[in-house]
Design a protein around this ligand. Structure first.
Ligand SMILES: NC(=O)C1=CN([C@@H]2O[C@H](COP(=O)(O)OP(=O)(O)OC[C@H]3O[C@@H](n4cnc5c(N)ncnc54)[C@H](OP(=O)(O)O)[C@@H]3O)[C@@H](O)[C@H]2O)C=CC1
Ligand SMILES: CC(=O)C(=O)O
Ligand SMILES: [Mg+2]
Length: 502
């Protein structure tokens, strides 16, 4: 047995109950065992009770507090008399959320719930994942970030700005939780395909971490969303009176590197070396360097480079069962040669190399990428960013995607450009003219930035495309056949904002 003393009465925990459950973090607060019937002791600094308990999202149960709990925790009179189950509360909230016409209103309702009753929020998310994922993550989170200054009510994570330079460790200590397992951090420079949203990128770490809990089972108290505010180059935000970040342009070079270094050191000092730091939506001129710099000293992961690659490879392996052939027998063409594009390309090449025992350089030759200047070819090598160089193959200059499709004749076309409507009718018809079942992945987020819509992909390929998107699309009817996840050979990956449908 051990005794924990807060400001109120001592609480006695059975040590077996406090045992480590997963990831090496002790379940100090009893969250792993919490059910609706059994209220875990509501520790804050002291045991929360009465009015404070109702305002503590981690322990608030709203009208689901039982008569006994209302008595024990000084809640009498603070709640209306009805006692309702969590299930009834869930039905009520879903009913209310569905009344909202605008996705952003639904997003705000979900954020309110997260701030008011965390367990109900996660129950809702888990039970209605297909419906609510597009609300708490892409596409709606993109609009939420664009308007974050206007809709901001309460902070949901840590904001660490240049004002805190030299004091980042102290700032981390202001966060109420000690046992952090996962940090998702952004500097807001490449939010989905929407560009630099500065401090308002906070919606991304908050949304991604809610998926860690809802889909991955990581305790909410072990998750920490962080936004590093190093300024923004978004003039519209700098001139927006509601903007919540620093009103200055981004710092770069040594000043940026020093700030990031202080942050990385402070995280390790405060939470130990086992905390996972997930970099999210950094611009590529920083993302690759951060991963390389901290890959050997910290437990780091870049979702856009590495996470995307793993779900796309998994999707391709599944697609090949339908289309036929091995990874090495296919030819790949990417639109977009940044984090997502080169990250996916590298993992495909690695797996191809593993499967065929062929040197990776040879495997890379099956993969071609187009960036804003055209096909990446060897004559451009000198001027290319380092992460593009491995993809500079021998070929004459090709200036645009349509010409590249006709020249390379890919069997797989992958969009990671962040630019909407770039898989035009000509492009889809071209790839469909020499493939019975072209694999087309329009991965850019949010929906407005998708390279093409599901309807366009199925219509222009005459229903033959094996199609996947980054943000979800409704089922499409083409020639009397409904192309919908769950019908035909369907696979659906809903993590990482990726919905693969075929
Ligand atoms: N579905 C998913 O799970 C994921 C989706 N994404 C999405 O992928 C997109 C890109 O992200 P990321 O790779 O990090 O971004 P980057 O900025 O690193 O890369 C974008 C790439 O697209 C190229 N590009 C931009 N516009 C055009 C154009 N009109 N024609 C040809 N190429 C163009 C850029 O060219 P240049 O280098 O010449 O500037 C660059 O190579 C985003 O929309 C993001 O939301 C990202 C991660 C996961
Ligand atoms: C899904 C994701 O991580 C992105 O679009 O950036
Ligand atoms: Mg991302």
């Amino acid at each position: 047995m051990k005794e924990i003393r807060g400001g109120g009465a001592p609480c006695v925990l059975d040590m077996d109950d406090a045992a480590t459950v997963g990831g090496g973090v002790e379940d100090t607060y009893g969250e792993d065992r919490a059910t609706e019937e059994q209220l875990v002791t509501p520790w804050t600094v002291s045991v929360a009770s009465g009015y404070n308990l109702l305002r503590d999202p981690r322990y608030n149960k709203g009208l689901a507090f039982t008569e006994k709990e209302r008595e024990t925790h000084y809640l009498r009179g603070l709640l209306p008399p009805a006692v309702t189950s969590q299930e009834l509360q869930e039905r009520k909230i879903m009913h209310n959320i569905r009344q909202y016409q605008l996705p952003l209103q639904r997003y705000m309702a979900m954020m309110d719930l997260q701030e008011g009753n965390e367990r109900l929020f996660y129950k809702l998310l888990i039970d209605n994942v297909e419906e609510l994922l597009p609300i708490v993550y892409t596409p709606t989170v993109g609009e939420a970030c664009q308007k974050y200054g206007s809709i901001f009510s309460r902070p949901q994570g840590l904001y660490i700005s240049l004002k805190e330079k030299g004091k980042i460790l102290e700032v981390l200590k202001n966060w109420p939780e000690r046992s952090i397992q996962v940090i998702v951090v952004t500097d807001g420079e490449r939010i989905l395909g929407l560009g630099d949203l500065g401090c308002q990128g906070m919606g991304i770490p908050v949304g991604k971490l809610s998926l860690y809990t809802a889909l991955g089972g990581v305790r909410p108290s072990a998750c920490l969303p962080i936004t590093l505010d190093v300024g923004t180059n978004n003039e519209e935000l700098l001139n927006d009176e509601f903007y919540i970040g620093l009103r200055q342009r981004r710092v770069t070079g040594q000043e940026y590197a020093d700030f990031l270094h202080e942050f990385m050191a402070a995280v390790k000092q405060n939470y130990g070396e086992k905390v996972l730091i997930q970099f999210e939506d950094f611009a590529n001129h920083n993302a690759f360097d951060l991963l390389a710099r901290y890959g050997t000293t910290h437990l780091v992961f870049n979702d856009d480079i590495q996470g995307t690659a793993s779900v796309v490879l998994a999707g391709l392996v599944a697609a090949l069962k339908l289309v036929g052939g091995t990874l090495a027998e296919h030819t790949y063409l990417f639109l977009g040669a940044g984090e997502a594009g080169t990250g996916i390309a590298e993992l495909i090449a690695l797996e191809m190399s593993r499967q065929t025992k062929t040197p990776i350089d040879e495997c890379r030759k099956k993969i071609w990428l187009v960036d804003s200047k055209g096909l990446i070819v060897s004559t451009r090598k000198e001027s290319l960013q380092h992460f593009k160089k491995p993809w500079a193959h021998e070929h004459e200059h090709v200036g645009n995607l349509l010409d590249a499709v006709n020249a390379i004749k890919p069997t797989v076309l992958i969009g990671t450009s962040g630019k909407g409507q770039t898989f035009t009718q000509e492009v889809v018809e071209a790839i469909s003219s020499f493939n019975e079942m072209p694999i087309i992945l329009a991965l850019s987020n949010p929906t407005s930035q998708a390279e093409c819509t599901a309807e366009q992909a199925y219509t222009w390929s005459k229903g033959r495309a094996v199609f996947a998107t980054g943000s979800p699309f409704d089922p499409v009817e083409y020639n009397g056949k409904t192309h919908v996840p769950g019908q035909r050979q369907t696979m659906h990956i809903s993590f990482q904002g990726l919905a693969l449908e075929w």
